[in-house]
Write a protein that binds this ligand. Structure first.
Ligand SMILES: [Zn+2]
Ligand SMILES: [Zn+2]
Length: 131
């Protein structure tokens, strides 16, 4: 079993799927429940209000939002900076404009890949008839 230093508290622990130790997992779960309950009652809360009133670390809170665990559909005022441009956003790692830009860059790369695969298939004399 590989051991690692917990990303949050730096304690050494047996590394499983998470990069934080079991105790921090428990603490994070508690923080998650606290934040969720708070947001349900305070739909207009901002990031600052949530961290102040729940005592949850701002990094932890943003982490939960960025990795998609905490959804902010009902909390329009709760925003945090986009990882790419720093504009306020409230879902995922990037703001909508960066997400769109990255998606179009990605689909460009994907088209290139599809073209190459088709070329290769053509060269092999193989044609797919689909399902
Ligand atoms: Zn820990
Ligand atoms: Zn952005």
């Amino acid at each position: 079993m590989p051991i690692a230093n917990c990303k949050r508290c730096n304690r050494i622990f047996n590394k499983g799927r998470r990069d934080i130790c079991p105790q921090c997992v428990v603490e994070e779960d508690a923080a998650f429940r606290t934040v969720k309950a708070y947001l349900k009652d305070h739909r207009d809360a901002t990031l600052g209000e949530v961290t102040t009133n729940t005592g949850v670390d701002v990094e932890l809170l943003v982490d939960m939002i960025r990795n998609g665990r905490l959804l902010l559909r009902d909390n329009p005022n709760l925003t945090y900076p986009c990882e790419r441009c720093g504009q306020p956003t409230h879902a995922g790692r990037y703001c909508p404009s960066c997400a769109a830009e990255l998606a179009s860059a990605l689909s460009g790369a994907q088209e290139e890949l599809v073209r190459k695969v088709k070329e290769a298939a053509h060269n092999d004399g193989y044609y797919s008839h689909g399902q």
